[in-house]
Ligand binder design. Sequence first.
Ligand code: MN
Length: 530
Amino acid sequence: TNISCASTDRMLITDKNKIKNKFKKINKMKFNYQESEVWFVTGAQLLYGGDAVIKVDAHSVAMVEALNNSGKLPVKVVYKGTANSSSEISEIMRNANGDTKCIGLITWMHTFSPAKMWIHGLMDYKKPLLHLHTQFDEQIPWSEIDMDYMNLNQSAHGDREFGFITARLRKPRKVVVGYWKDADVQAKIATWMRVSAAWADSQDMLIIRFGDNMNNVAVTDGDKVEAEIRLGYHVDNAPIAKLVPYVNAVTEEEIDALVAEYEKIYDFAADCAKGTEKHLHVRQAAAQEIGLRRFLEKKGAKGFTTSFNELEGMTQLMGFASQRLMSEGYGFGAEGDWKTAALVRSMYVMGQGLPGGQSFLEDYVLNFDGSNSSILQSHMLEINPDITGTKPRVEVHFLGIGDARTCARLVFQAHTGTGIAATIVDMGNRFRMIVNEVEVLEPKALPKLPVACALWKPMPNLEVGAGSWILAGGTHHSSFSFSVTTEFMEDYAEIADIELVVIDKDTNIREFKKELRNNEVYYMLNRSLR
Ligand code: MN
């Protein structure tokens, strides 16, 4: 920013406020899918003459147009032409790296593309890569095929040559195989696009920590320098004292307006409705929500963590505000858990526009019940109401932990369905992502539990699911989603080039332990290979 920009900003502040009020419902936390692009490059060469390349080009144009018109892809595909030489490939890769709209690249070798041409470009390329192994025609034209057709339609051949060089370079990538018009091929591309969006989003992500990591807690801590190198996001500390003035500056009128919004969308427990003594705590929570949002907007942060032990100057733990901001798209982790905050934000971006929702959650209480044994997921307060099956109810209760005091909160139970719980832990020499597929069950009534919760059965069952999670060193906190699947996390781990272990219906403990041991060796050697 330069001085003239800053002064223009100040002059326009009234107009800005007008616009802001007019479009108050527009969520600024959304990732801009509309403005993003995925580039499509077709590998070819000039061996078969210019006419062959012209046909390759026409096929590519038709393919990209059809992909864009399919309505299945969340990001626009932009065709960048055929790449016929090392210098052309390098130029495309340099441009892709430098273009902020470009969030990833799809490559396809229509004909044979000698892969030494790709070495320099691929070595330079820094963004997500998808290698599409497909063919323009679905089936062999049996009665018409001749050598010219064979020389032109060589993906079966060219994509293997390209596959070798990406493997030789240890280049992270997703390989999608199948006919390009098939729904499942397009679905795999769409998933990778969503993950590439979350990846782009995390490259300038700022997570604000209000207070440090909870004292003595190991699993939520980790190497923030390595996180910025490997995952892109940055973590900054903000003493809670810096937030307090923002909360105190919120006006009574602003609180009135927000509480009116609460009254429209939530039920209220009788003892904290307007006119009661406890209603004050709801108003304090509303002030926290407004102040916290303003603070995060000013910092340009996409996520935050809180600490129940560091609340000097605050009236209560900002649990209600955390619930509301998570629903808006902010990442959140409790007790300084910045890794979970970042992952909750990334899951929000991946799942944007899909049904479901994501939330920070914590393993609390076990319920042994044979093959339906489950874990009650909850937290002191901070669970995203997007995963509810019922209308959330505003309640006010005393919370005797740390400096939390009497707090407002939204109480609800998550609906049933399948989802995933994911976490990233710092293993010292690498980050390990652990994903567990879970089935959310219907809990019995919990009349004395004044917090939001979910009850789930980890796949394949509690014994193997929780056993594997514990063997892998998984957190008690997790980032849960109804919207995204294991495939999303697999794409994320591939792009980030971090370890991934999946616990699903096929997991068995003996094989899982072997995988952990093998990975230990792999990650000791892996970094020396590129
Ligand atoms: Mn916790």
